[in-house]
Design a binder for this molecule. Sequence first.
Ligand code: ADP
Ligand code: MG
Length: 354
Amino acid sequence: MDDFQSQFTDVNTLGEFGLIDRLTNDITIQHSSTVKGIGDDAAVLKFGEDCLLISTDLMIEGIHFDLMYTPLKHLGYKAVIVNLSDIYAMNAEAYQITVSIAFSSKFSVEAIEELYKGIKEACRIYKIDLIGGDTTSSPKGLSISITALGRAKSKDICYRSGAKKGDIICISGDLGSAYLGLQILEREKQLYLSNPGIRPDLENQKYILERQLKPEARKDIVDYLRKADLVPTSMIDLSDGLASDLMHVCKASKVGAYVEESKIPINQESQLLAIKFQLDPITTALNGGEDYELLFTVDEKDLEKIRHMPSVYIIGEIVDQKDGITLHTTGGNIHPLKAQGWNHFTPTPPQKDN
Ligand code: ADP
Ligand code: MG
C-alpha cells in the first residue's frame, strides 16, 4: 500500500454500525422537538401531545435484492413493509410513506408499474397514504428509498434503551425462515445459471419463500399491546437477526440477557430445510435476518397479560450487564451469544442487509 492510500480507512474495518457511529457521534441535537435522533428504529419528534416518528431505508439492486428471483411486485411490497416494521417497532401507528426510486433504462414503464402495484398493495393492506417521493434515472440497476411516518403518544413509545433487569424477553413469531427462503432462491438461481433448461424446484416451500419475498410487518402486535393496555419496556424489529438485534437492545439499555434455546420458535418446515442445507436450525434462527418479527421486553408484573397474547413467545430474561448476553442450550450449556447479523461492510457470508 502506498503512503497516499494508507491515509484512508477501508470501510470494511469499521463495519456498518461502526461507520454510522463514526459519521454521526459528533451530531448534537439542536431542537427540543427532536426527542430521539439517530440510534433507534425510527426518529421521534414531539410537537404538542403527540410524537411524529420517521424511519427511512434504502434498497439497492444487487445488494438488497436480486431481480432474477424477486418479482417486482413483491419487491415493492417488501420495501414498504421493512419501513413500516421500524415504525411498529417503536410501538407507534404508521400513516404515510414517501417513495423515491432511481432506475436505469433497462426498466420499462410496465416494470416500474409492477413495482408500484406491490407498493400500493402494502399501502392498501396497512392503510398507508403514499404522499410523495422522487424519481430519477440511474446509470445501473434499481434503487428504492422509502421513508415511513408514524405517530404515537410519548408515553407509549418503546425505545431500544428501556429494558431493565428482570424484564421478560418476547418475540412475535418464528425465526430463520426468511434466511432459508433466500438460501432456496440462491440455490435455484445457481442451478438455473448452470443449466437454464432446468425448472425451479420450489414445491412445498410456500411459507419459507413468502417469509423472504413477501414479509409482513407486525402491526397486529402493536394493536394487541394497546388492547392489553401494555407498553413494553423496549422494542426492536428483527431485521438483522435475533442475536444482533438483541445486542442492540442490550447495548442501548446497558443490560445483559439470557435466551433459552428451547424457547426460540422455529417453523417445522424450516427446521427440516435447515438440516437439508447442513445448517444448524438454531443458528439460522439466531443469525438469519429479515424475519421482521418484533422483539420486545416487558416488566415481569405484566407476565399474565403477555401469556394470553396471540403469537407471543417468551424466550428469556434481561439480566445485569456484567452477566453478558448468553444462550442457554437445550443440553444445559451456557454460551455467549455471538452476533453474525447482516453487517453491510464486514465480510460475513452471505452479504446481505436490511
Ligand atoms: P434499522 O436496521 O432499524 O433500519 P439502521 O441500523 O439502519 O436501523 O440504523 C441505525 C440508526 O442509524 C438509525 O437511527 C438510522 O436512522 C441511523 N443512520 C443510518 N445510516 C445513517 C446515515 N448515513 N446518517 C445518519 N444516520 C444514519
Ligand atoms: Mg429496525
